[in-house]
Every structure is written in C-alpha cells, then in structure tokens.
Design a binder for this molecule. Structure first.
Ligand SMILES: *Cc1c(COP(=O)(O)O)cnc(C)c1O
Length: 313
C-alpha cells in the first residue's frame, strides 16, 4: 500500500463522500498551548468515516459483481448499505437474532437486504461465507482489505502536515490508511493509535507481535470492539510498521472527552472521542499542531444525554 493507492482512492471518491471540516478546538488549544484541530468525520452522511472505505471498495469491484455482503452491525454495515444503494449494487447484511431491532431497521432503511441467522456474530459470518460460496456475492470486510484501507487513508490527504495525528484504533483500517498517507507526505508527523484499556485486540496483538484474540468487554467506545482476525492480511503489519505509539484510555477518560466535545457542539460516539480523551487526560502531550479524528457520531441519543447530565451533577 502506497500514497499512490490513496491518491487513486481520493480521485475515485470525489463526489461520493464528504470532504469534512477541520475546525480548531479553541478551548483545548488555549489550555494546551498548541493548536488542536478536529477532523469531523462524524459528519459523513452515514455518521462515520467508514463510508470512505466501503465506497472505494465498491467502486473498485470488477464489472459483473452480483452484490456485496457483510456481517457488520455497526458503522461498516451502514456504510456498505448506503454506498451500495448510491452506486446501484445490491447489498446484503447478515445479522444474528441478538442484534437489536433498531439497528436492523436502520440498515433496512439504508436499502440493504437483511438476513437474520443464528444467535451469534459467528453464525452471521458463516452465512456471509455461504452467500459468497453459493450465491457468488462479494464480501467487503470492515477493515482488512486494501481498498477499504486506501479509502480510509484519504482522510490523511485532508489534514495538512501536523506534528501529530491521534487516530482511533480498532481493526486498524483507519490508522493504517492515515499512516500510509501521512508518513509519505510528512515523515516527521507522529501517528498515534488510541483505544480503550480493555478488549482492544490490535493493541494486544501489537504487544504480542502477532494477531491475538481478546475477550470483548462493554465500553463507551463500542465501535472499537471486535477482533482483528487471526489471519489478518493487511492492517496488522501496517499498524506494526507505521504507528509511533498506541495509547489506552479508561472509560472515565472517554466519558470526559464525549462531554468536552458535546459542550462544543460535536455529538460523537465514544470511539471518536479517544484522541481528545488522551489530550484531556495528559496521556498525550502535544508538541505542535495536533489533529484528532472524530471518527463517528452514532451514539444512542439517550446515552449521550445521560453522559452530558453527569457533567452537570
Ligand atoms: C470502525 C470505527 C473505528 C475504528 O476503525 P478501524 O479501521 O476498525 O480501526 C473508529 N471509530 C469509529 C466511529 C468506527 O466506526
């Protein structure tokens, strides 16, 4: 994966995804004595950056593909459904019976065919494999795919050449893509991955030196949960080679960052607040202009209201 792949993805994505704003966090910049800028990816039409990778992957498919399929319940499922409808490609999202009705409805509303099978994420993934083998559908995974990584990496072309970029880290598609772009354009820029203290599979894998599994734990940063795949092909090696550091955040630190951003009018989910969490907690000390990636805004409104209220108490 090179800068050229990401530039090609950016050309492909023009007109299909938003070029999101990069405003300054005035309060935090004043407090820390360095400019802090926020890449507002929660303002993509589906509420998260995953629209970039999903759209680039669909636009890169060979002609004659019968349809795309995924088992994602979260921001990737929404992105794939939205991108597929916009591009006129049939999309199927396989979900287990455990997925809440509101999430199922949201994906149906975006125009995807929903298949409900079994009662675990593993069952949903087995159904994806069956549809690939028997119906000839093409699987678009949420992170471990070169076209997905290149799509996410287009963010790296829209943030200038700061001293550091703070990137939410789960499967590593976002961090790997941004790191490939930024390290090519501005080698001195530090690229830092941020994730929650418990249940972070990429952080554990980077420590172990190979992909490992971790137990899932409930977290405010629910979009950062899930494994990286023991047979990871793309993102593990890129994150290992290109990230300068990985910082882990507590639930209280993530909650404080959601509140800080909420007060400034940025309604974001926990996964999107981890960069600010590191800055607010002093776990990352900026030495120059610093960009945080506000990766998504799909937080339950009642949960967001509760978090904002705890502040007043
Ligand atoms: C998927 C996601 C991430 C993490 O992206 P990876 O490519 O899996 O590392 C971060 N924030 C939000 C909002 C997401 O949906």
């Amino acid at each position: 994966m090179t800068l050229d792949d990401i530039r090609a993805a950016a050309a492909r994505l023009r007109g299909h995804v938003a070029e999101t704003p990069l405003p300054r966090d005035e309060a935090l910049s004043a407090r820390l004595g360095q400019p802090v800028l926020m890449k507002c990816e929660y303002r993509q039409p589906t509420g998260a950056f995953k629209l970039r990778g999903a759209t680039n992957a669909i636009l890169s498919l060979p002609a004659g593909v019968r349809g795309v399929v995924t088992a994602s319940t979260g921001n990737h499922g929404r992105a794939l459904a939205h991108a597929a409808r916009a591009l006129g490609v049939p999309a199927t999202v396989c979900l287990s019976r455990l997925v809440p009705a509101n999430k199922v409805q949201a994906i149906r509303h975006l125009g995807a065919l929903v298949r409900i099978v079994g009662d675990s994420q593993d069952d949903a993934m087995a159904e994806v494999a069956r549809l690939v083998a028997q119906d000839g559908l093409t699987q678009i995974p949420p992170f471990d795919h070169p076209d997905v990584v290149a799509g996410q990496g287009t963010i790296g072309l829209e943030i200038g050449t700061p001293n550091a970029v703070l990137v939410p880290l789960s499967g590593g598609g976002l961090a790997a893509g941004i790191a490939v772009a930024i390290k090519a354009i501005s080698p001195a820029t530090r690229v830092i991955g941020l994730t929650m203290e418990n249940g972070a599979a990429m952080a554990a894998s980077l420590r172990a030196g190979r992909p490992v599994e971790v137990a899932e734990v409930a977290t405010l940063a629910d979009s950062l949960g899930g494994g990286i795949g023991l047979d990871n092909r793309v993102t593990f090696a890129l994150c290992r080679d290109l990230l300068d550091d990985v910082i882990l955040l507590t639930e209280a630190e993530i909650a404080a960052a959601i509140r800080h951003l909420g007060r400034a009018g940025h309604v974001v989910e926990g996964a999107a607040a981890v960069g600010h969490a590191a800055l607010l907690a002093g776990k990352f000390v900026p030495r120059g202009p610093t960009v945080t990636i506000l990766s998504g805004g799909n937080i339950d409104p009642a949960q967001h209201a509760r978090l904002m209220q705890e502040d007043a108490a």
